[in-house]
Each structure stands twice: as C-alpha cells, then as structure tokens.
Design a protein around this ligand. Sequence first.
Ligand code: ADP
Ligand code: MG
Length: 459
Amino acid sequence: IWGQACVELEKSVGPNNFNHWIKPLRLTALEDGVARFASPTRFVSDWVNRHFADDIMGQLNRVGPSSIERLRFEVVPSAPANGRARPGAARPERDDAAHATPSAATVRPKVRPDLCAPLDPRYTFGNFVVGKPNELAHAAARRVAEGGPVGFNPLFLYGGVGLGKTHLMHAIAHDYQSRHPSAQVLYLSAEQFMYRFVQALRESSIMDFKSMFRNVNMLMVDDVQFIAGKDSTQEEFFHTFNALVDQGKQIVISADRAPAEIKGLEERIKSRLSCGLIVDLHPTTYELRLGILQSKTEAFRRKDPEVRIGDGVLEFLAHRISTNVRVLEGALQRLFAHASLLRREITLEVAQECLADILRTNDRKVSIDDIQRKVAEHYNIRLADMIGPKRSRNVARPRQIAMYLSKQMTSRSLPDIGRRFGGRDHTTIMHGVRKIEELSVEDNGLAEDIAMLKRLLQA
Ligand code: ADP
Ligand code: MG
C-alpha cells in the first residue's frame, strides 16, 4: 500500500519534497483510522505533519482499504546512513502519541539526529553513470571526496533539476566518510539550514547553532538558491561559510544555476561562492540517458533475472524522456514492476501504453511555432530564415537549435519536424539535433543559451 501511495505522492508533492521528507518514512501500522510511521528524525516528522499530512492521508485512503484520519510518527533514527555532527548532543526524541516499539536497530546516533538530512545509500559513485555532460562534475566530486589539499573550496555544483547534483553530493559524503571515519560530514538542504537557523533564533540557541556548524569537517548545502532573498539566513550562511573556509574545512554547494545568476543573493556571497571551483552538470545527451537506463536495467535484472525488455525499448525511453533523469528512472521502474508482475516481456507497445501519462507530460505543450519564434528572436534573425534555405552560420546554427528543441520539447517525429522547417528531410533534422547535442557538451555558452530558451518556452 505504501509503495503505491508513494508513487502518487511523488507526483503530488514533487520529487524533491518526496525524496527529502516522505521517502525517509516507513509505514509501520494502519489501524483504527491511524497510520503510524517510523521517521528518522523529529524534524522530518514535524515537517511532514505540517506540510504533507493531507496528501499522505488522501493517497492512503485512495489505495488502501481502511479510512485514515490521523498520522502518528515515531522517531527511529537510522544511524549508519546519516551524516554526523557534534557527538553526544543527541536528545531523546519520541513522539508522545506514538507507542510502536522501536526497531532493534535503534541505536542512538552520537549526533543530533534532526540536524542532518538522511543520506541515500543508493547515491554512490558506483551508481553514478559518467558521460560527457557530467564528467567534469564527477571528477571534481571524486577529488573532493578524497579529502586532503584539493585546491578548490568550495566546490560549487550547478545544473537543472534531476541531473544528479544531490546524487553526487551524497556520493561525496559516503566516500569521504568511509575514508575518514571520524570526520564529521554534514549534508543538508539550504531549506533545512534556514529552518534550523530560524528555530535556533526562536529558542535562543544561536550559539549552539553556530558551534555545531563550525565543528564539522565537511559541510554540504544542497539547493542553495533557496536562501536567495532571505536576508538573515544569508547573513548566517555567509559567516558559517567564511568560518569553515578559514579553518580549511571543505564546503560543497549545489544550486540550480551559477552563482552569478542567482537573483537575490548578496554580491559578497556570490563572490565567495565563486572562489573555488564551479562546475555544471549539462543537460543529458541521448547517449548518457541510454547509459543510465542500461545500468539501471542491469541492477533490476540482478533482482529479477526473468524480466525481459524488448529491443528498442531503452532507446525509445532515452529519446522520449529527455528532461530529467529522475523521471527516466521512474519510467523504467514502472516497466519493471509491470514486467515482473505480469511475467511478460516489455515490448515497445507495452512500454508506450504503460507510460502514456509520463510520455504525455514530457510533451509539454510547446509548439514548433513557439520554438521557432523564440529562437529567432533570441538570435535576432528573421522568422522566415528558420524555414528558408540560407546556409550561413549565423542562420544555420539557430535553425539547428530550433530543430533540437523541437525534437526535445515536442512529440513530433523527425519527418514531421522536417516539414515544419521548410520541407527539410528527416536526416537533416537528425543531423541538426546531433550537432547541437555534441556542441552543447563542449560549449558552455551554448548549453546555457539552450537551457535559458527552454525555461523561456516553458514559462
Ligand atoms: P538533482 O539533485 O540535480 O535535482 P538528483 O541527484 O536528485 O538530481 O538525481 C535525480 C535522480 O536521477 C536520482 O535518483 C539519481 O540517482 C539519478 N541520476 C541522475 N544522474 C545520474 C547519473 N549520471 N547516473 C545515475 N543516476 C543518475
Ligand atoms: Mg537535488
């Protein structure tokens, strides 16, 4: 039941919220209108209760037999996966209303369990597929995980949603921790940083807050764009940051865009963030998506070797789901569940049917017209040149970008797209798409242009 509810919850609260807040929960009982959960920290259960209780009850009632009216949480810290902070500072954490027996694995970690976000054990370097779009970020992450005088601090990772920033950060934490078992690694989202900070202000425990952050060996703050515009949180972040860098402690930051482009972030913070190494995760290429699908397929096959995936299915997915690796993974997972339940080979037709909803939402309602217009405007060429015969570089390149976006953002076939570009042949379109994929790996400016055009088109 919980598994089923989770599939829908991930959609309704969004994957980020889902991964941070709902995934760490374990459903322990459903009885008398109450759903009981084991939660890794009090912090997680409070947050979930405040923000997602209705969603969770709604989904449980949709998929389950009984009608749930209340949620109860018990804190059962999962010690090994967590990062660490100040030893000995753990407080007893127990929800009054909860009476489920804590699992045998309940060893109080020597950390404040509510401080750090749980690390996902699956997010390791071993599970990260490296390709051109992410090789630099991956290499930098590896280097930082080794520890020692790496020569860049902070490491700033940025890129669009679902391209692997969080995965790499967790991988750094796991790897670094295994090399330096006594080191204290603290991973949290910028949102959690703010939440802790505000709470410390409210409880007048700001000195504790400060010393806690200043005593870690490695601090990782995910999605730092979140603190843009939040002045006092930024201020505190700035001081924490400086204190750690001065002590030679490693900092890893992620954001959805480069420091200079984060609006509402103070200049001095931008410039501090830019002191180390800034690397971006480029949008995935077809090859990388296929590589990721193959690697995940192998992992699934190890669990259930009976499952058969037909020819061309992975290629089809890699083509059609191009925005976000998380969505790609979800699609594959669903196919495997399907195959394993029905003991049936997943053919292309089965895949299309089974994933109809995902494939539809990936066809955001952007038309080729919109794309041509936007791209022409952006590069300051005439709309007529999009479909016209001119072959000079200043016209041909934007045209190829428009072809690429048409392939990525609409469900149109190559011949279809060709017709809309003045009756060009589908091989010409294919060539254009490939060209832009290749170029955008090498050319940061181009990759950023494309990312921006996409954002504009989706807005
Ligand atoms: P972000 O933090 O950039 O939004 P995540 O790190 O959460 O993205 O990645 C989304 C999902 O895609 C995760 O499940 C992650 O494991 C997976 N993923 C992303 N990139 C890769 C990759 N190169 N290899 C394997 N899995 C990946
Ligand atoms: Mg993330």
